[in-house]
Write a protein of this length. Structure first.
Length: 202
């Protein structure tokens, strides 16, 4: 396991990388995600530019915590929302497992495990799999423990719902040392506040 000092180095690197993107401020209050969900936050967050239907928030840099809203994942799409290729950076997405209509919570957890493994993450393990309401709908909950490419042990919370042939997911990922426990409650309040806009989740 890496020390807190090692993570401090990651903070510096994450800050440099974040400065390269067009970061916008999410102010406390209610905000809308992809014309699909509304959520409430009690503190400011930094929002990265939406990418392929995904919106990511962070406090200190995505290497330290990433709250990702992945809405409207259609049948036949992978959770990375990326197309694969035979070579180059997109090769890791080739033949990535995809979401299928009618998937249950166990199958979705297996989808995430296989996807994380294909992206080069090691030791991916599922825990806490259960049914849990999401945005006022029947949903699922599970956690993933894994080691990233830098050897840092991380944990993700995955919560979401399947509505017809579409899946909506919110994930929170952070290093297990310090950051996951520090930020977990504030993230849970955001996820608990999620509500669908009109018929978006129908």
């Amino acid at each position: 396991m890496k020390s807190f000092k090692n993570i401090a180095v990651t903070i510096t690197l994450a800050s440099v990388l974040a400065a390269c993107a067009q970061i916008t401020l999410v102010k406390p209050g209610t905000t809308t995600i992809d014309d699909t969900l509304s959520v409430e936050t009690q503190i400011p967050w930094n929002k990265l530019p939406p990418n392929n239907g995904m919106e990511t928030w962070t406090l200190d840099g995505t290497g330290l915590q990433a709250l990702t809203f992945n809405t409207k994942i259609g049948a036949g799409e992978n959770i990375a929302r990326q197309s694969g290729a035979d070579s180059g950076p997109a090769a890791k997405y080739k033949n990535m497992p995809v979401f299928r209509k009618g998937m249950n919570a166990l199958e979705i957890s297996e989808l995430f495990v296989a996807s994380y493994q294909q992206l080069g993450l090691a030791g991916v393990q599922v825990s806490g799999l259960r049914s849990e309401a999401f945005a006022g709908r029947n949903g699922f909950y599970f956690e993933l423990d894994f080691t990233d490419k830098e050897g840092l042990e991380r944990r993700s919370v995955v919560r979401g719902t399947v509505q017809g042939d579409v899946m909506h997911v919110i994930t929170f990922s952070a290093p297990k040392l310090h950051y996951f426990d520090r930020d977990r409650q504030r993230v849970e309040r955001i996820i608990e506040s999620a509500r669908f806009l009109s018929a978006a989740g129908a």
